[in-house]
Design a protein around this ligand. Structure first.
Ligand SMILES: NC(=O)c1ccc[n+]([C@@H]2O[C@H](COP(=O)([O-])OP(=O)(O)OC[C@H]3O[C@@H](n4cnc5c(N)ncnc54)[C@H](O)[C@@H]3O)[C@@H](O)[C@H]2O)c1
Ligand SMILES: O=C(O)C(=O)C[C@@H](O)[C@H](O)[C@H](O)COP(=O)(O)O
Ligand SMILES: [Zn+2]
Length: 369
């Protein structure tokens, strides 16, 4: 078992990483749950697979649940779903000092976290992430959001959970494609700031995405430790440190917008493609050696992730993708900083990128190979 603290003064919380912790849910959360009825917002598939264990544990502790099921998929991060969910939480009489349970992947975590950030100007919540992506990334750090017509995560808030319980056993039912997508955010930590961890991923990535529990537990604990350290240093992405976690996302979110949020690409797949593009663009600028950029491509390929945007056969050019990027939340005074690489394990924020050049590069990538 690993318990990793996200150190944020009075808003600090623990991330518990362990196989089969759901049967102990009631005991672990007892002090955080105030009322006899606990509001649970759950991804419909995750709940069908694993909800019973949480429900049984709460029942043993003398509590019952009020369940709100969220339809699977990125489409649930929307204004209409947010409205329905907040209305339901109000109807259930959730108070500021209550803790709502978010049970599912990044979609449920982002939606529920955002609803909790605005409910009565802020109530508590507990993250129970059930996808690899949510365990290594989205459940930690307090970024919450929905998507809008203009782009990805454009309406949201920083709102930290009071506890994160990552039960590795829930990953046993995750579809292989979702496992691979989550792995993109795992290897991201190595690429942006930890060469030994990238090398660990090179060695173990294929077995990890195949579901090896020991490797998954190690990857989740390592990833959360790295994210917790970054979030503790720059919670609200103001110093440039936390922005490094956005490696691959400026390109990736543009691909998600162009392909209609979840219709063709999962978030993790878009991030994998985005990291290849960030690495190749860094090589084009002479920052990282081209062969190191291609080492990243190979590592993603080896785990079955997409790595060539030309294979998507998109009906657009580089300028269209750059158009999507202009909605990026990192925009500052009309310029868009990019997370680029000087080496594997050494990412940095570059404020001097010329968007016309990025567009030309992307047009080449869309046609290449
Ligand atoms: N807040 C953050 O810091 C942050 C970080 C990374 C990603 N995100 C967001 O997270 C979202 C992606 O999250 P995700 O990859 O977890 O996707 P997701 O929440 O859509 O879940 C993926 C799929 O797995 C299913 N599922 C969930 N748990 C399951 C289980 N245990 N067994 C079987 N099926 C299960 C879901 O129904 C869904 O079909 C994106 O919207 C992304 O923008 C947020
Ligand atoms: O926690 C962060 O900070 C991240 O950037 C993690 C990303 O993996 C995640 O997808 C995040 O939601 C993207 O942030 P955004 O600010 O670009 O929406
Ligand atoms: Zn991400």
């Amino acid at each position: 078992m690993a318990v990793i603290k996200v150190a944020l003064g009075g808003r600090s919380y623990d991330v518990v990483v362990e196989p089969d912790i759901l049967p102990n849910f009631a005991a672990i959360t007892d002090k955080l749950l105030k009322s006899d009825t606990v509001c649970v917002v759950a991804d419909e598939r995750a709940w069908a697979e694993h909800g019973r264990r949480l429900e049984a544990s709460l029942a043993q502790g003398g509590r019952e649940i009020a369940l709100y099921e969220v339809a699977s998929g990125e489409g649930s991060k929307s204004w209409s779903e947010l409205e329905k969910l907040t209305d339901w939480l109000l109807e259930k009489g959730v108070e500021r000092s209550d803790n709502v349970i978010a049970f599912g992947g990044g979609v449920v975590g982002d939606l529920t976290g955002f609803a909790c950030s605005i409910l009565k100007r802020g109530c508590g919540f507990i993250q129970v992430p059930t996808t690899l992506l949510a365990q290594v990334d989205s459940s930690v750090g307090g970024k919450t959001a929905i998507n809008t017509k203009a782009g990805k995560n454009l309406v949201g808030a920083f709102h930290q959970p009071n506890l994160v319980l990552a039960d590795i056993t829930t990953l046993s039912s995750l579809p292989p494609r979702e496992m691979r997508a989550g792995y993109a955010e795992v290897i991201k930590y190595g690429i942006l700031g930890n060469l030994p961890f990238f090398e660990w991923c090179e060695r173990h990535g294929p077995a990890l995405v195949a579901g090896d529990t020991a490797l998954l537990e190690e990857a989740v604990a390592q990833s959360v430790s790295m994210k917790a350290a970054i979030v503790a240093e720059d919670e609200r992405e103001t110093t440039g440190k936390r922005a490094l976690l956005n490696l691959g996302h400026t390109f990736g979110h543009a691909l998600e917008a162009e392909t209609g949020f979840g219709n063709k690409l999962l978030h993790g797949e878009a991030v994998a493609l985005g990291m290849v593009l960030a690495a190749r663009y860094s090589a084009r600028l002479g920052n990282i050696a081209r062969k190191e950029a291609e080492r990243i491509t190979r590592a993603l390929d080896a785990a079955g992730l997409p790595s060539e945007i030309s294979a998507l056969s998109l009906d657009c050019d580089g300028e269209t993708l750059v158009g999507h990027m202009l909605h990026d939340k990192k925009m500052e005074g009309g310029t868009l900083p990019f997370i680029l690489l000087d080496a594997i394990g050494k990412a940095r924020l570059d404020r001097n990128v010329v968007l016309d050049d990025v567009a030309a590069f992307l047009t080449e990538e869309l046609q290449a190979h």
